[in-house]
Ligand binder design. Sequence first.
Ligand code: S3P
Length: 195
Amino acid sequence: MFIGSLIEEFRKQGIFKSNMKRIVLIGYMGAGKTTLGRVLAKHLNLEFFDLDWYVENRYRMKIPQIFQEKGEEGFRQLERLMLHEVGEMEDVVISCGGGTPCFFDNMDYINQQAESVYLKAEPEVLKEHLLMGKSKRPLIEGKSPEELIAFIRESLQIREPFYAKAKHVVNIDVIHTKQQIDDYVNQIAEITSRS
Ligand code: S3P
């Protein structure tokens, strides 16, 4: 136990580095965290965890149901708990939920544990991805395209300071092709390999 915490302390202070890889993708809903995370993990031969799926599996409830039964506050508590579970795993790529870095001290925890990458996209790009996607997202459920873009603009402004704390940033444009996915994945693999 004592040796374990000493090693962890040394690691935090950068006294010695392990070859262990832990990459955390953050960014607004529709930025491409899950799509790119899955391919990135395969590319680097790491295990992939999507935090939303992890929450759903552990609690055997879909995200909209958690929002409905426990409210957003209840969801954020579970999300934080699960972040701390997957955040301890080694040799993984983790895709967070769009709101994960913006609550509690989650962003500091992510930076302490991992190479964080902010997938940064303009509101128009996020809107396009969200309209193409099939995932049910309680925060934007039932919004018209006009309401959606207004909501994205407003909430992205609030969230941006949290996202901006990431160690790396990758600018994301509308993703249509497999080639674009591969290009972004190569970019993320390259920037996270330097540290
Ligand atoms: C949320 C984003 C969702 C999910 C939940 C809340 C948010 O994840 O965690 O619906 O607050 O932005 P994705 O970013 O994967 O859609």
